[in-house]
Design a binder for this molecule. Structure first.
Ligand SMILES: N[C@@H](CCC(=O)N[C@@H](CS)C(=O)NCC(=O)O)C(=O)O
Length: 207
């Protein structure tokens, strides 16, 4: 299997961490943004986004779908019907709402200025901050009574929800207002597979 990844990006990180955590035999192809946007790559992923998994003649994009596929048969994917539905709930929440808000804030207020890709789109950031202020209390309340997203055991949902963790100090969000989220992020940050996925160094960020 091969994973085409932007290794420092939020959506590739959750899959890379899963690969390392399960020690899966996946070749990691680190790409540049230019490669991701190229016509050659569009033949593999027509969205021109990373990550993409290639397993023989099966091509899969969307990081959460890739995570579910790779976690099959492991403790990172629950077996029961309700537990699987619970995981699907949080993966959809992450992709549609949470990561959209945090990803926008991260990209506009950290990546864009650092790479010199034009001015921060402040109205976009402001809207994403409104969304984040609505979503973070939901996550904080959920984590008040459980160690991980699905309860006591680590799952792929945790790696997905934590994907912006390394940049929490660089984003204009007061994460200290969400102590359960902070505690959860601190736990994920210590996982060896998470640290391996981050590589060295993390993208340098001006706090
Ligand atoms: N929903 C997609 C989002 C993928 C995505 O937005 N990838 C970003 C990096 S996090 C990307 O490839 N950006 C390159 C670009 O926009 O040119 C997933 O979860 O895989």
């Amino acid at each position: 299997m091969k994973l085409y990844a932007l290794t420092k990006s939020l959506n590739s990180r959750k899959v890379l961490a899963l690969i390392h955590h399960l020690d899966l035999p996946v070749e990691i192809h680190a790409m540049t943004v230019e490669q991701v946007q190229s016509d050659a790559y569009a033949a593999t992923n027509p969205n021109r986004l990373a990550p993409t998994l290639v397993d023989g003649d099966f091509v899969l994009w969307e990081s959460n779908a890739i995570g579910v596929y790779l976690a099959e048969g492991s403790a990172m994917l629950p077996i029961g019907r309700r537990e699987r539905a619970d995981m699907a709930r949080w993966l959809l929440w992450e992709g549609v709402h949470y990561n959209k808000a945090l990803g926008t804030i991260f990209f506009e207020s950290v990546v864009r200025p650092q790479l010199g890709w034009g001015e921060t789109n402040q109205p976009l950031v402001d809207d994403a901050l409104v969304q984040a202020a609505r979503l973070l209390p939901v996550l904080d309340a959920h984590l008040a009574t459980r160690a991980f997203m699905l309860g006591d055991m680590l799952s792929f949902a945790d790696l997905a929800i934590a994907s912006a963790e390394p940049y929490r100090d660089a984003m204009p969000i007061d994460f200290d207002a969400y102590p359960n989220v902070q505690r959860f992020y601190d736990t994920i940050a210590l996982l060896p597979a998470w640290q391996k996925a981050l590589g060295t160094p993390r993208m340098a960020v001006a706090a």
